[in-house]
Design a protein around this ligand. Structure first.
Ligand SMILES: Cc1ncc(COP(=O)(O)O)c(C=O)c1O
Length: 438
């Protein structure tokens, strides 16, 4: 079997528009200065000066005063905290230089699409159902989304031979497949991928020279006893593949988990398996926005380096975390039970993330009524449901092609709200089914 051993992502094969511009305010000289600064920090007195004076940025703080030193050193120590947290989580090393702190995961995902997509002929494998940030970002950056299906019957896992045939079909039509997006735990589908699936994905992407874009935002939202979160990097390293053999970008954010701080816009991406020249280009691209917000940077470092046994904050932190996680599970169970008991509704197991994704088997006359209104049946149902004050998202917003009807419901409203919502939902559903049953 011949494997594609050449790294597919090099400075020559990224979006060349990224290479065409320079951004010297944060360019090579500044990176050199940062290395010197690190040298001063690690070996005081090793250089003929004690500090770097940054006059490169049109940033008032940077020009006049010491905060820039704090800022630079601070940022490195936050990246160190993130890298240490990843290493402790995975049991494999992580280095601060592979960490990019970002304003949430969305900006990191967009940045990677910008790097990877050169033209419409570049394809990105993307799950269906998917979180539509991915399709949106692929379209905005001028690439082609190559969908692969998650299968409801296997708990929203995937069949790797089907992914392979999607890739082959796309290649036969002239596309170059650059990356495969995997959202684990899943949004909107709420599954935690099996280890077998993860290993298959790693083997597949390695052989095909495809980058894994691992959306790992819900890594702390796992509620099932028999599965746990494993990062794709950990799976690859456990299989014995190092950074020369497979490229993986992992995204994480302060928006999810038990912390749920969406508005703070903190996140990171860990980039493994790209050459230094590509990292330089990504650094340049990231520098166009000067810096992600400091509060978000601090928060993501705290998320990855939470209080430990013996720390003053430990007891309260653990109690709050436990309370939040067990309440989320309770809410999910209540909703799961309610959805599963409705006529014509089946609901996936709740394993992770923050969503249930029930399937609707609507009566033919409801489907006809939807056709008459020129909307998908799931939209028709969800629109009617919204008239009772319950708002969920129609599944066609996550998968416009399957033709099946689902809706996505978060488990986030408080326990009392969920308890109050269930009888309303049941009354609505029964009336809906009675209306359209004949
Ligand atoms: C799967 C997934 N990826 C990415 C994001 C974007 O997160 P952020 O708020 O960090 O930009 C979200 C937000 O809901 C998400 O659910």
């Amino acid at each position: 079997m011949s494997y594609n051993k050449t790294p597919s992502i090099t400075a020559e094969t990224i979006n060349q528009k990224v290479r065409m511009f320079t951004y010297e305010p944060c360019g090579g000289i500044v990176r050199h200065a940062q290395r010197l600064e690190q040298e001063i920090y690690e070996n005081p007195g090793s250089l003929p000066f004690q500090e770097i004076i940054y006059c490169n940025l049109g940033n008032p703080q940077a020009l006049g005063q010491r905060p820039i030193k704090f800022f630079r050193e601070g940022v490195r120590s936050l990246r160190e905290a993130v890298a240490d947290g990843i290493a402790a989580r995975d049991g494999f090393p992580s280095i601060p230089d592979s960490i990019f702190l970002t304003d949430g995961a969305s900006s990191a995902i967009n940045m990677m699409m910008q790097i990877l997509i050169r033209s419409h002929e570049d394809g990105i494998l993307c799950p269906l159902p998917e979180y539509p940030l991915y399709s949106g970002s692929i379209i905005l950056h001028g690439g082609t989304m190559v969908p692969y299906n998650l299968t409801e019957d296997s708990g929203w896992g995937l069949e790797i031979f089907e992914v392979k045939s999607c890739l082959e079909e796309a290649r036969a039509s002239g596309l170059t497949i650059r990356a495969m997006v995997v959202i684990n735990p899943g949004n909107p589908t709420g599954q935690v991928l099996s280890m077998t699936n993860q290993e298959e994905i790693v083997e597949f992407c390695r052989k095909e020279g495809v980058v894994i874009l691992a959306d790992e935002l819900y890594q702390e939202n796992v509620y099932t006893e028999n599965k746990r979160f494993n990062s794709f990097k950990k799976v690859a390293r456990s299989l014995g593949y190092d950074h020369k053999e497979i490229s993986i970008v992992s995204f994480h954010s302060v928006s999810m988990g038990y912390y749920g701080e969406c508005g703070r816009r903190g996140g990171y991406m860990e980039i493994c398996g790209f050459g230094a020249d590509v990292i330089d280009e990504i650094y340049k691209l990231a520098s166009l926005t000067i810096s992600p917000n400091i509060a978000g940077q601090i928060l993501i470092s705290l998320v990855m380096d939470p209080p430990k046994l013996g720390d003053g904050a430990f007891e309260i932190f653990m109690a709050e975390k436990e309370e939040t996680c067990s309440s989320l599970l309770k809410r999910a169970k209540t909703l799961h039970k309610a959805f599963s008991s409705l006529e014509g509704v089946s609901c996936n197991k709740f394993e992770g993330a923050m969503y249930l994704y029930p399937r609707l088997q609507l009566p033919p006359s409801a489907i006809k009524a939807a056709e008459k209104e020129r909307v998908n049946p799931d939209v028709f149902y969800v629109h009617r449901l919204s008239a009772t004050g319950i708002v969920v998202v129609p599944g066609s917003g996550f998968d416009p092609v399957s033709g099946k009807s689902h809706f996505r419901c978060t488990i986030l409203p408080g326990e009392d709200k969920i308890t109050a919502m269930v009888p309303r939902l049941r009354a609505f559903h029964e009336a809906f089914m009675d209306e359209f049953r004949s």
